[in-house]
Ligand binder design. Structure first.
Ligand code: SAH
Ligand code: SF4
Ligand code: F3S
Length: 470
């Protein structure tokens, strides 16, 4: 089946099917004596999908390698959010082609959000017919079958469904970390911001049942996990699609009762943030004071064209409420510059919001037209040069405030979950505070996996340095 953006846009009131994954025993030994290599390009959800794909492959007795050159199966788990994500993947496919020429037996596959795009599939059919498998975001549970087909038929097998999507429970997972875990609470997105491809590549919003989420977290507590991040494109809208009266605030309260040490959640669309959620953050010690609250633009005109459904004023009101009601809260954001016809005044409005909010940090992007989205058809009179200038100007301001926000931590003692040896210094460990600040810590290695008290001794724009205190 091939992807179709028109079909992917359809939303019905049909009930979401909840299926259960199980591996058909006839595929159990498909990976015997074979190695797999998988590269991930996208967001946390994409990374979590990789954790699922890895576990499925290992059930089939594939073993993982981090060296692409020695793999029998190479998978690229792709992202479609911006043009440069595309370019990286096609560059990589070019490299893999050489490998395949010397080792024709290897299986090469593309999956993730790019696989859901018509233009990508067209390109693959035209220029990359030598690929072996392509599967979409709705087809992960069928990986064993898809691989089997490819091994027996020896021709390009494409399995992409442009559907609203269902939910498959009990897909195995090989988690990257032994201490912190991602937990999907919902799939898809119904917001259809005019610039964004995600509602097309990930289907309609489907919330998992509360009991399935809570059981997963309980299991993680049993396994010794210290931290979870609840994942969704717009977690604040969690539950709106369920038949029961149950909200994100309810979920936060119930997940908190599992006594997992730290709970984070991303991403929060400002539109759906409720007062009950603020209460849930305040009332549960283990729901941590970190909120990612994408602004996208500070101009009401642009926000309207983006279909974001809030204004500069209502964003600021929510922002100030969060700051004043949640002690020590850290708030980060996403901002797009160069949306079609963004004027100097529009851009200045964005700078104005940044000056008012003084975000802890931000991801900033130049608008990238995504084929099939409404914004890609909008007329644009802004040159790339100006867009680049705006991005630089914005980043400068963002960095100034990141630095200021980090300075507040100097000489303070904070809780850090130590994850692993620091990349920049082998004598240090790295981890995050409960406000999502990256910290490099002078501490003995046996502290890995623990939440420890750290005194911050120096501050940089991107990170903090400190030492462990008793
Ligand atoms: N669901 C999240 C966003 C996921 S995508 C939310 O609504 O907040 C992550 C970020 O990528 C977005 O917040 C946006 O800033 C950026 N982005 C999405 N589409 C884009 C595009 N076409 N061009 C540039 N940036 C984009
Ligand atoms: Fe994209 Fe908007 Fe959905 Fe976020 S809320 S995934 S930006 S459509
Ligand atoms: Fe990219 Fe898909 Fe995530 S487009 S940002 S991998 S949902």
């Amino acid at each position: 089946m091939l992807p179709n953006l028109q079909e992917a846009k359809i939303r019905t009131k049909n009930k979401v099917d909840i299926k259960n994954y199980h591996l058909d025993p006839k595929y159990k030994n498909l990976g015997l004596n074979k190695k797999y290599y998988i590269k991930t390009y996208g967001c946390q959800m994409n990374e979590h999908d990789t954790e699922n794909i890895k576990a499925i492959l290992e059930q089939m007795h594939f073993t993982e390698t981090t060296l692409m050159e020695e793999a029998d199966l190479i998978l690229l788990n792709t992202c479609a959010i911006r043009e440069n994500a595309h370019n990286k993947v096609f560059g990589m496919i070019g490299r893999i082609k050489h490998l395949k020429e010397t080792k024709p037996h290897i299986i090469v596959g593309l999956c993730g959000c790019m696989a859901q795009e018509e233009i990508v599939i067209d390109e693959i059919m035209k220029r990359y017919k030598w690929l072996d498998i392509v599967f979409g975001t709705h087809n992960i549970a069928n990986v064993p079958e898809i691989l089997n087909k490819s091994l027996t038929k020896k021709q390009l097998a494409i399995e992409v469904m442009s559907i609203e999507g269902d939910i498959v429970e009990n897909i195995p997972v090989k988690r990257e970390s032994k201490y912190k875990a991602w937990v999907n609470i919902m799939y898809g997105c119904d917001k259809f911001c005019t610039y964004c491809i995600v509602p097309y590549t990930r289907g309609k919003q489907r919330s998992r049942l509360p009991k399935d989420i809570i059981n997963e977290v309980k299991q993680l507590v049993k396994e010794g996990y210290q931290e979870i991040t609840l994942l969704g494109q717009n977690v604040n809208a969690y539950g709106k699609d369920l038949d029961i009266d149950y909200t994100m605030a309810n979920l936060l309260n119930d997940v908190a009762k599992t006594n997992i040490k730290r709970i984070f959640f991303v991403t929060s669309h400002p539109w759906d943030f409720t007062l009950d959620m603020i209460e849930a953050i305040k009332n549960n010690d283990n729901v941590k004071p970190y909120i990612h609250l994408p602004l996208q633009s500070g101009s009401n005109e642009i926000l309207k064209k983006m279909g974001r459904r809030y204004t500069k004023e209502s964003y600021l009101e929510l922002y100030n409420l969060l700051r004043s009601s949640i002690p020590n809260v850290s708030i980060t954001t996403d901002i797009i510059v160069g949306f079609p016809n963004e004027s100097d005044q529009d851009f200045n409005d964005t700078l104005d919001v940044v000056n008012k909010c003084k975000f802890d940090s931000a991801f900033t992007f130049i608008f990238s037209p995504r084929e099939g989205t409404p914004a890609s058809k909008m007329k644009d009179n802004v040159s790339l040069e100006i867009k680049n200038q705006r991005l630089q100007q914005l980043n400068k301001l963002i960095n100034k405030y990141s630095n200021e926000a980090n300075m507040k931590y100097l000489n303070k003692t904070v809780d850090v979950l130590l994850e692993k040896v620091s990349e920049k210094n082998p004598n240090m460990l790295m981890g995050y505070t409960d406000t999502m600040k990256l910290v490099n810590v002078l501490a003995p290695k046996d502290n890995i996996g623990k939440i420890v008290k750290v005194k911050i001794e120096s501050v940089k724009t991107w990170s903090l340095d400190g030492k462990i205190v008793k």
